[in-house]
Design a protein around this ligand. Structure first.
Ligand code: PA5
Length: 447
């Protein structure tokens, strides 16, 4: 069984040689807190053993529901925000053909997203497009009360019902929400939608391996069994029984916290494959919402190279030295493109003739890594043999486990997000939602 690898070799010179070893006791203690449920937020540890608990009946139900949607929909709209859509988007964008939406001969519906913003133009354009398509909806909200997806769902539900009728619409809508609570549960029960449950003890940003991610990923035509298998294997690779020195989740959590203590306040997740853009977005949510609290926390940022070497590259090379970088490195591309020979060589590129584009990319990656280290940027590398469902499953669980340990090392509750309420309170007050009258006047006076 191949595992993704963590390479901390380039930290020499930034983190004292013994520091990682000396940190062992703290890291092992924090990992134990996760496993024995003695840490903060222990009501939300359902993700820890989740991959092992996914059973054949659940997978078959998900695949059958996906097959039903696939048979009748050209487009499936995933309605959700934050943890309710980022995992799906991360996996699907990583695995899909980059020009998938342009393909006319399709085996699977196009996945589109709604409720992840309140952009009026975006909503109008989506509605216009859906008027011309046969579509279905997977609406996802753990709380069942989040404004953005609720608003988008109201609009899309009405559109679907007006196109195909109420009865047929309810056959094309699947709701993923809490087992009992929330407006979405009430609505789904009332309308007779097929539903899946988000377990109580799994928070949104840790939910990609529940139906939240697995259903839409299956709808898009990807192998959810391989994804889950990757997570199951990683669960073993980073289990409590694996010694600290070989436990890559513990080592990553340790390294980033040591760097933070040494003044590196920003972690940049880097990739050299544009398909990984949304993996970074998912990772930013996972770490940002888990750690950014109590006036603490590494700021998670990301760049897509080599594109961003021509924008953020200057800052990373020579800006304030408060950053470190974590590179997701893919050993082998799935496709092959060889640089052709050109007899005239007017562009002077014949020195590359016969090489794969991936080799050029790899040299850019290696050259950048060395330049950044020389420029004072500590470098952590996470190496995936290939980009496929299995290794993405490994990567997801690896980052989740490391995030839990890392949050406890930092001393915060990694499983809540109290700060997210502040904007909601103000938005509701400004929209004059009943119950917010006192705040409305005060906020309006400040605008
Ligand atoms: O990680 C989290 O808990 C959040 O980002 C949620 O996923 C996000 O706020 C959406 O919440 P809900 O699924 O309740 O609509």
């Amino acid at each position: 069984m191949n595992s993704i690898k963590l390479n901390l070799g380039a930290l020499a010179g930034f983190v004292d040689g013994n520091a990682l070893l000396n940190y062992k006791e703290d890291v092992v203690r924090c990992q134990k807190m996760l496993h024995d449920g003695s840490g903060k937020g222990s009501d939300f540890l359902g993700w820890l053993n989740l991959p092992n608990e996914i059973n054949e009946a659940q997978l078959s139900d998900l695949e059958a529901t996906a097959a039903k949607l696939k048979a009748i929909c050209e487009v499936v709209v995933v309605v959700g925000i934050g943890g309710s859509y980022l995992g799906t988007k991360a996996v699907c964008e990583a695995l899909a053909n980059s020009f998938d939406w342009l393909q006319t001969e399709r085996k699977n519906p196009v996945l589109l997203y709604a409720g992840q913003n309140i952009g009026e133009d975006y909503t109008a354009e989506l509605v216009e497009l859906l008027k011309t398509k046969s579509f279905g909806i997977v609406v996802i909200s753990k709380s069942g009360t989040t404004t953005e997806p609720a608003l988008a769902f109201r609009i899309l539900k009405e559109l679907l019902e007006s196109k195909v009728g109420k009865a047929a619409a309810s056959e094309r809508i699947v709701a993923i929400t809490d087992e009992k609570r929330g407006a979405l549960r009430t609505l789904a029960t009332q309308e007779g939608y097929k539903t899946f449950v988000i377990p109580d003890n799994v928070g949104g940003r840790f939910s990609v391996l529940t139906p939240v991610g697995l259903l839409p990923i299956a709808v898009a035509g990807f192998d959810i069994r391989a994804l889950v298998k990757g997570a199951v294997d990683m669960l073993q690779f980073v289990s409590e029984d694996v010694p600290y020195e070989q436990n890559i989740a513990a080592q990553y959590a340790a390294a980033r916290n040591l760097l933070y203590q040494g003044g590196k306040k920003i972690e940049i997740l880097l990739n050299y494959n544009p398909k990984l853009h949304y993996v970074s977005e998912w990772w930013k949510q996972l770490y940002g919402e888990s750690e950014g609290k109590d006036n603490l926390g590494i700021f998670p940022a990301s760049v897509d190279n080599t594109s961003d070497l021509h924008s953020m590259g200057q800052w990373i090379q020579e800006g304030e030295r408060t950053i470190f970088e974590t590179v997701i490195s893919i050993t082998e591309a799935n496709a092959t493109v060889v640089v052709p020979v050109d007899a005239e060589n007017l562009d002077g590129l014949n020195f590359l003739a016969g090489k794969r584009v991936g080799e050029v990319n790899k040299k850019a990656e290696q050259g950048t890594r060395l330049a950044h280290i020389d420029g004072g940027v500590p470098n952590i590398a996470i190496e995936l043999p290939k980009l496929n469902e299995y290794y993405l499953g490994q990567l997801i669980y690896f980052f989740e486990k490391a995030c839990g340990i890392s949050g406890y090392l930092l001393g915060v509750n990694p499983f809540d997000q109290p700060g997210v309420e502040a904007y909601k309170k103000n938005m509701f007050a400004l929209l004059e939602k009943p119950g917010f009258e006192a705040e409305t006047a005060a906020l309006k006076a400040r605008l």
